[in-house]
Design a protein around this ligand. Structure first.
Ligand code: KG4
Ligand code: ZN
Length: 335
């Protein structure tokens, strides 16, 4: 069945619309980033994000249909991220999707944003065998998710404080690198020595798959204060690389441990931090040592985009899991 789905994604600061056929063929994936608008504030300003989505969404949808060479009449369903995320931002996408579904008498599919991130992997390989283990690392989440079947998720580990992306963004601010921090640390780290500064890795209790990054952030701040007092030179590239390695080591160690514990042979990577070159390389290298397969979507499918939402929606569509036209934004939606 080759259903054509239009999906909208407006949960944070990317306005995105995509058209995907049969859950695998990405006909278009238009992403309009608001990063320049938010940069001067050093982070996403929710009210500004909602207003920008409102300004941009119609144009982005028109571009997505145009790039796919299709019109509204060719669609089989319309999908939208309805949580988790910023409530005002989510509402723009949800309202637009409901209007399109109502106007065209199409089924509406509501998608969890994290489910969307996980399904970016099914765009890479639609024939993945369950069970799967997915490390979801984004600006708001760090979750280890056991995927038992389509739409069947069990969170086996999660962060107890900062998300991995949040840790990257805060570290970049501490180092005076700017916003958004993840890609800047990623780039600067390539010139640095990851063994230069010894930063802590939080493994928590024996056997726990939870994460904690707040201690690492404090250690980085303390290290900088001490260096400032001593008046020595700070090599930011070394510090960025050391910080990044401390995050990546824990992420990779816990992911592999959870895969062993749950007898999973295929590991998926998802979310904005999955664009990180060090994480991608380390996870691939270490999993290969254990003969485990790793799927790593291309960076454009790791950061927020609507193609992943369309892919997740396709499997809901096949199950007839449609949303009513009363669908609302749920800012703290769980998997
Ligand atoms: O998934 P995403 O695009 O939005 C959320 O759902 O949160 O993730 C955004 C997060 C930000 O914290 C950003 O700094 C981080 O992903 N990020 C990265 C990289 N690219 C984006 N972190 C590390 N390295 C990167 N290359
Ligand atoms: Zn995201």
């Amino acid at each position: 069945m080759s259903a054509v789905i239009l999906a909208l994604e407006t949960s944070c600061d990317e306005t995105s619309a995509a058209v995907v056929a049969g859950g695998r063929q990405v006909l278009s994936n238009i992403i309009s980033s608001q990063v320049e608008v938010h940069r001067k504030f050093g982070g996403v300003v929710p009210e500004v994000a909602s207003r920008k989505h409102l300004e941009l969404l119609n144009q982005v949808v028109a571009e997505a249909l145009g790039a796919a060479g299709l019109g509204f009449k060719d669609l089989d369903a319309v999908a939208v991220t309805y949580g988790p995320g910023l409530v005002g931002a989510l509402l723009v996408g949800v309202s637009a999707a409901k209007a399109i579904a109502y106007g065209l008498d199409l089924p509406l599919v509501g998608v969890n944003h994290l489910e969307g991130h996980i399904y970016a992997n099914f765009l890479v390989d639609p024939a993945l065998d369950f069970p799967l283990l997915c490390l979801v690392v984004s600006g708001g989440h760090t979750d280890l998710v056991l995927v038992k079947g389509h739409g069947s998720f069990q969170v086996v580990g999660r962060t107890r404080d900062d998300a991995a992306g949040e840790a990257f963004d805060k570290a970049a601010r501490t180092l005076g690198l700017g916003y958004p921090g993840g890609p800047l640390i990623d780039r600067l780290s390539r010139q640095g020595n990851p063994a230069a500064v010894n930063l802590p890795r939080a493994y928590l209790e024996e056997g726990s798959f939870d994460f904690s990054f707040s201690g690492l952030k404090s250690a980085l701040i303390n290290w900088l204060h001490r260096a400032g007092r001593l008046g020595g030179d700070v090599n930011k590239a070394d510090l960025a690389a050391s910080f990044q390695k401390a995050v990546v080591d824990v992420l990779v160690d816990k992911t592999l441990a959870a895969a062993r514990e749950n007898g999973v042979t295929t590991i998926l990577l998802a979310g904005g931090v999955a664009a990180n070159a060090c994480l991608r390389a380390e996870l691939a290298r270490r999993a290969e040592e254990e003969c485990r397969r790793v799927i790593i979507p291309p960076p454009v499918l790791c950061t927020d985009n609507a193609a992943m939402v369309a892919c997740a929606a396709y499997y809901r569509f096949l199950r007839g899991a449609f949303a009513p036209l009363t669908l609302n934004a749920v800012p703290d939606l769980k998997l």
